[in-house]
Design a protein around this ligand. Structure first.
Ligand SMILES: NC(=O)c1ccc[n+]([C@@H]2O[C@H](COP(=O)([O-])OP(=O)(O)OC[C@H]3O[C@@H](n4cnc5c(N)ncnc54)[C@H](OP(=O)(O)O)[C@@H]3O)[C@@H](O)[C@H]2O)c1
Length: 248
């Protein structure tokens, strides 16, 4: 048990990578809280995770909703040991087609949402606390049509370093996990047609040295490592889980 009696919050824990992390944290002894927005996915996650996991609806774009999550954690547990700030969205658009609304939407969730989640979590955390942020392989390589999503993830990579430096004096570690292409519902939300999606998936898979998409549980194992005491001397770092995509 790597997280015995630890209190762990997983944002975007109702789907994909976050859901696998929530299951692994639960199985490793943590008291887990997950957040999401879509009610159908919240209900399904609640059934899948079981009664021991607290499932909360919170749109991370809204500071007031985040406050409610942390009020509940404060009341129920009085502290937080692990934060996996993972919720994210992506919208595909080429340079000529990007709109201001798309930029605002992606930065609101992927950057501002993560920043304020960490800001509000930090006062509940003590020495030994661990924060893991989700970045992406897109912060290291250029991909046509994904300029804004990639920029949000580069910003989050930067946050792991600067907030890691700010929280290090308190003994709280901040790291990032950088997934490559992972089989989750994320891709179906990019706004691409079925055909575009198939072509993009084929092209990206061909670029991955291990020649496949990764699975959410393969990312979850890296997150567990960073969240646990196994990574006690690691902060400001990023673990890349991308089948070699950004390395060769
Ligand atoms: N899958 C990949 O290939 C890949 C690659 C690199 C990085 N990533 C990153 O990995 C993270 C998890 O993505 P995933 O692949 O697991 O995708 P996913 O299955 O679509 O999960 C995304 C999660 O974020 C939540 N979310 C979205 N907007 C939100 C908002 N405004 N407020 C609160 N929660 C919100 C979703 O909740 P609802 O379902 O309720 O909307 C969902 O739980 C993201 O940050 C993504 O950028 C994914």
């Amino acid at each position: 048990m790597k997280l015995s009696n630890r209190i762990a919050l997983v944002t975007g824990g109702t789907s994909g990578i976050g859901l696998e992390v929530a299951k692994l944290f639960r199985d490793q002894g943590a008291r887990v809280i997950v957040t999401g927005v879509d009610q159908t996915r919240l209900d399904a996650a609640s059934r899948e995770l079981g009664g021991g996991v607290l499932v909360l609806r919170a749109d991370l774009r809204l500071a007031g909703e985040l406050d409610k999550v942390f009020d509940q954690i404060r009341q129920k547990f009085a502290r937080l040991d692990v934060l996996f700030a993972n919720a994210g969205v992506g919208l595909a658009a080429t340079l000529d087609a990007v709109t201001e609304k798309q930029i605002d939407e992606q930065f609101a969730v992927n950057f501002k949402g993560i920043f304020f989640t960490v800001q509000k979590a930090a006062p509940l955390m003590a020495k030994g606390g661990s924060i893991v942020l989700t970045t992406s392989f897109l912060n290291a390589v250029g991909s046509p049509g994904l300029s804004i999503l990639s920029a949000t993830k580069a910003a989050v990579r930067s946050l792991a370093r600067s907030l890691g430096a700010e929280l290090a004096p308190r003994g709280i570690r901040v790291n990032a996990v950088s997934p490559g292409p992972i089989s989750t519902p994320f891709h179906s939300k990019l706004g691409l047609s079925e055909k575009e999606l198939r072509e993009a998936a084929g092209a990206i898979q061909a670029r991955v040295p291990l020649h496949r998409f990764g699975e959410a549980d393969e990312v979850a194992k890296a997150v567990l490592f960073l969240a646990s005491e196994d990574a006690s001397f690691i902060t400001g770092s990023e673990i890349v889980v991308d089948g070699g995509l950004t390395q060769f």
